[in-house]
Ligand binder design. Structure first.
Ligand code: NAP
Length: 277
């Protein structure tokens, strides 16, 4: 009996300690937060009107990575808001969808190792979204570079050559081509290489830890997610974001008319824009 009492007392203390830790970290992170992106907040209030204008233009888009967590959400959001007359999914495998809303989707299955052979799949789209990516743990360092840099860049090149004018890339918080960390370096490098392609409009999204109930086991990411979910329950910070918010922001941003053809949306701007509708 006394062992049970001791266990309860210890667990109670541990829970209280964790709660205090989470609140303390939340307060510190809030203090270090990115500044509120005022221009984004201003533009966000216009989304509904601009969305209607955009819809009238009968544009088409493609999504890379529509089978992934963010890509799935992005597809749902695009279907719900109906801003494109045609949506094409470009991926390495055929996806199965049930429901009327998916009836008009076009799917192009490609071999990413031989993308030049599939140039036709990238032709004739106005807007491209990229949510493609893997992890070093899954693909090894070279495999990670191949997917997150080479496949993404080659797809962007083919899309540009095929007439695409807008490209939206889901990158990552901290992306930096000079970083010593492979992940951030590769993300920064692909951001820069796509910039050199000179799309009429190019938007980079740099979310923090993605908050999502992922089926696939990624222990490190799971731990970070649990922690940041608890922190974001206390207050929102720039360190994490729900995938729904990222998807909403990517769609809302598509219809906005920014001052500059190139823009980087950090986590805070994504959060502001993702809450706009
Ligand atoms: N996880 C995070 O906390 C976090 C934070 C910031 C940024 N990001 C970045 O955000 C992006 C989207 O992340 P996510 O978690 O939503 O993605 P995800 O669920 O891991 O999905 C990745 C997508 O890429 C495709 N893919 C992976 N390896 C491939 C390969 N070898 N060949 C062809 N396609 C391949 C997958 O296709 P299959 O379904 O066929 O495998 C899937 O559609 C990634 O670039 C990621 O680095 C992630």
């Amino acid at each position: 009996m006394s062992v049970i009492k001791l266990l309860c007392a210890t667990l109670g203390k541990a829970t209280a300690f964790l709660a205090v830790l989470v609140v303390a970290v939340a307060v510190v992170l809030k203090g270090l937060d990115d500044p509120e992106p005022v221009h984004i907040a201003r533009m966000a209030s216009d989304v509904k009107r601009l969305e209607e204008n955009f819809r009238q233009q009968n544009k088409s888009c493609f999504i890379l990575g529509a089978s992934g967590e963010t890509g799935k959400m992005l597809l749902q959001e695009l279907l719900m808001r109906n801003i494109f007359s045609k949506i094409t999914l470009i991926g390495r495998r055929q996806l199965n969808f049930e429901g009327k809303e998916f009836e008009n989707l076009v799917q192009q299955v490609v071999d990413f190792e031989k993308l030049d052979d599939y140039a036709a799949a990238f032709q004739g789209h106005d807007v491209g979204y990229c949510c493609l990516g893997t992890t070093r743990a899954k693909a090894g360092a070279q495999g990670f570079i191949r997917v997150d840099h080479d496949y993404v860049l080659k797809s962007a090149e083919l899309a540009k050559a095929g007439g695409c004018t807008q490209f939206h890339l889901e990158s990552s918080r901290g992306a930096d081509k000079s970083s010593n960390f492979l992940y951030l370096k590769v993300k920064g490098q692909v951001e820069a290489d796509i910039k050199a392609l000179d799309f009429d409009r190019y938007a980079i999204y740099r979310p923090g830890v993605l908050l999502v109930d992922r089926q696939e086991s990624r222990p490190g990411e799971w731990l970070a997610r649990q922690f940041f979910s608890a922190v974001s329950a206390v207050c929102s910070t720039s360190m994490s974001i729900p995938i729904q918010t990222v998807a909403k922001a990517m769609v809302s941003n598509t219809v906005l008319q920014p001052e500059h053809k190139f823009e980087i949306l950090e986590n805070k701007a994504i959060a502001t824009l993702g809450k706009s509708d």
